[in-house]
Design a protein around this ligand. Structure first.
Ligand SMILES: Cc1cc2nc3c(=O)[nH]c(=O)nc-3n(C[C@H](O)[C@H](O)[C@H](O)COP(=O)(O)OP(=O)(O)OC[C@H]3O[C@@H](n4cnc5c(N)ncnc54)[C@H](O)[C@@H]3O)c2cc1C
Length: 367
């Protein structure tokens, strides 16, 4: 016999809420109503709750910080499992520190605590919203550092076998803003384990804009706290640090990933750029495993969508400080965001023949 949500909550220790508007749980502030949300404050409750919903064949959305989600408007026939665990431990082992964090821990609090503890490695990932458990899902990255370079192990609940085990990063197919966990319901990240340095210095600095601000050379290491402050300042200037009062931050971060193209496609895009802007138009292009990475922001701007597009009175618009962020100005809906994303994507494709792909996970809607 199928269990009721009340029975599942009582059996698993999850907190049950009914008829929840997901707009209150996403940084884009959009998302319709779900019949049930189970909030899990312990790993045991999280495991038991996901297992119970899977056994009942219930379609389930895992949600933590809601900062990489675009959820459709209206009524969604989904059970939401909200991950609200927050345990964290630091163990020092000579020149390395091993930091273990439960999935629901607020990521930037984790970064701040490690920096305060004199540990280096995470400082470039300061200010990224969301949870620790979501960091391997899209291999979060910023200022030349990706979480892949700091992960030692990830603790997963395999939803098919029911097994819980620590897996090595090599098993997760971590790539540029992707992993085998993204767009997949195969596993729940229960915890992550990170390897950090104990000398109080940052990871080697390799991002031009950050190095320029710090006056640092490529590969130099600086005091991790100093680097964190510089990163937070650079991010704030682009509205990439959450601020409830600032609609430019009502986003999911970068809405499109930077396209990675093969040599033939690159030649075609360069020809399209030259035809539009002349031979000396310098399109940013960076070598990347598997091809060349282009700047989605550059392509969007050159296709005619500047910061703030389409204008001050629109319910959703490109951020006035960061071309890549689609933002809700207060009354926007998921449908408005999808329409703007489609318009931008079609404009870039018409201008340069390159198709942009969304970085956030879309739930109940598509581009
Ligand atoms: C202002 C702003 C700036 C941002 N800047 C960056 C940036 O610099 N770099 C970057 O990489 N990203 C950035 N992001 C995107 C986002 O913050 C990250 O992707 C973040 O890791 C998402 O965490 P979350 O807890 O909010 O995930 P959610 O939005 O809650 O979930 C995202 C996806 O992960 C899944 N998921 C969440 N937790 C788990 C889990 N424990 N196990 C399995 N699946 C899970 C969800 O089901 C969903 O599919 C930014 C977002 C915003 C709003």
């Amino acid at each position: 016999m199928t269990k009721t949500p009340e029975q599942i909550a009582a059996d698993t220790g999850a907190e049950l809420a009914r008829d929840v508007e997901l707009a209150g749980f996403t940084t884009l502030r959009v998302g319709g109503k779900v019949p049930v949300m189970f909030t899990c404050r312990s790993t045991e409750a999280l495991v038991a709750c996901v297992r119970a919903l899977d056994a009942a064949g219930r379609e389930t959305l895992l949600l933590a910080g809601g900062s990489n989600l675009l959820v459709a408007d209206g009524v969604l026939d989904l059970a939401v499992v909200r991950i609200a665990t927050d345990g964290m431990s630091i163990a020092r082992d000579g020149r390395q520190a091993i930091v273990r964090v439960e999935a629901g821990a607020v990521w930037d609090d984790v970064v701040a605590r490690t920096v305060e503890a004199g540990l280096g490695g995470l400082e470039c990932l300061s200010g990224i919203p969301g949870s620790a458990g979501a960091t391997p899902v899209q291999n979060v990255g910023a200022f030349g550092v990706e979480i892949a370079s700091l992960l030692r192990r990830v603790r997963l609940l395999d939803r098919r076998s029911g097994e819980i085990r620590w897996v090595a990063p090599a098993e997760l197919a971590l790539g540029y803003r992707t992993s085998c966990l993204k767009h997949s319901d195969r596993a729940v990240v229960l915890a992550v384990e990170l390897g950090l340095t104990t000398d109080g210095l940052s990871a080697p600095l390799r991002y031009r804009e950050l190095n320029a601000r710090l006056g640092a050379g490529t590969g130099e290491r600086r005091n991790a706290a100093e680097v964190r402050q510089a990163v937070l300042a650079l991010r704030s200037a682009k509205a990439m640090v959450l601020d409830e009062a600032d609609h430019d931050t009502w986003s999911a971060g970068s809405f499109f990933t930077n396209p990675v193209v093969d040599d033939r496609t690159l030649a075609r895009i360069r020809a399209a750029v030259a035809a539009r802007f002349g031979d000396d138009a310098a399109m940013p292009a960076f070598p990347e495993p598997g091809g060349t990475k282009l700047s989605a922001a550059w392509l969007i701007e050159r296709a005619g969508f500047g910061k703030g597009y389409p204008g001050p009175h629109a319910p959703v618009r490109l951020s006035t400080r960061h071309t890549l962020a689609l933002t809700n100005r207060g009354s926007g809906s998921a449908a408005d965001l999808v329409a703007l994303a489609r318009e931008v994507r079609a404009g870039v494709e018409a201008a340069f023949g390159v198709r942009l792909h969304p970085e956030p996970v879309l739930v109940g809607c598509e581009l």
